[in-house]
Write a protein that binds this ligand. Structure first.
Ligand SMILES: *[C@@H]1O[C@H](CO)[C@@H](O)[C@H](O)[C@H]1NC(C)=O
Length: 165
């Protein structure tokens, strides 16, 4: 092989490494859930839970089940903010609801992203931002509940302790 093409291959490999190994600059978590209930039920449950945990009251004994704020909602879309009662950091949440099986089941595509770019080690708060709403509203208990995510797309998922964060 010519030196030139060797160099080309080397630089190509380097770029592939840069793009695939570099994690997100902002800590974030992407989760997909499948639920055996309609997206209408999921919508109502999540919106209610966000409103219920609006004040600081839910965090008087620690945890992060407080300071949620609904920022947008329509039929198959919910957006919200969560502020940490400890650090004051803000995370942005988004739920896309996709009905399937003739509207009897719901696929939830959820994303939480930290506003602060330096919180790469987020103690899985981005996962817990989403999971706590799902659990609090009872959606983790519904028939057919299934979670799909991993540590690559969801910061520190495998070590998450959502009682604390
Ligand atoms: C999660 O955190 C809570 C509160 O700090 C603690 O009581 C509990 O033991 C922890 N659970 C695990 C599995 O580490």
């Amino acid at each position: 092989m010519h030196l030139k093409s060797l160099l080309f291959v080397a630089s190509l490999m380097m770029w592939i490494c840069v793009f695939t190994s570099a994690g997100p600059i902002h800590a974030q978590c992407k989760v997909d859930w499948e639920l055996g209930v309609s997206c209408r039920d999921v919508f109502v449950a999540l919106v209610q839970q966000i409103k219920k945990w609006r004040s600081l009251a839910g965090c008087t004994n620690g945890g992060q089940k407080c300071l949620y704020q609904l920022t947008g909602a329509n039929r198959y879309y919910i957006s919200a903010k969560h502020t940490s009662p400890v650090t004051g950091f803000v995370d942005h949440l988004r739920f896309n609801l996709v009905p399937y099986a003739l509207f009897t089941q719901c696929h939830v595509a959820a994303l939480s992203v930290s506003e602060a770019w330096y919180t790469l080690i987020d103690h899985s708060t981005n996962y817990c931002n989403l999971y706590n709403l799902m659990e609090g509203s009872g959606l983790t208990e519904v028939e057919g509940y299934k979670e799909m995510t991993n540590d690559w797309i969801c910061n520190q998922r495998s070590t998450a302790n959502c009682t604390e964060y």
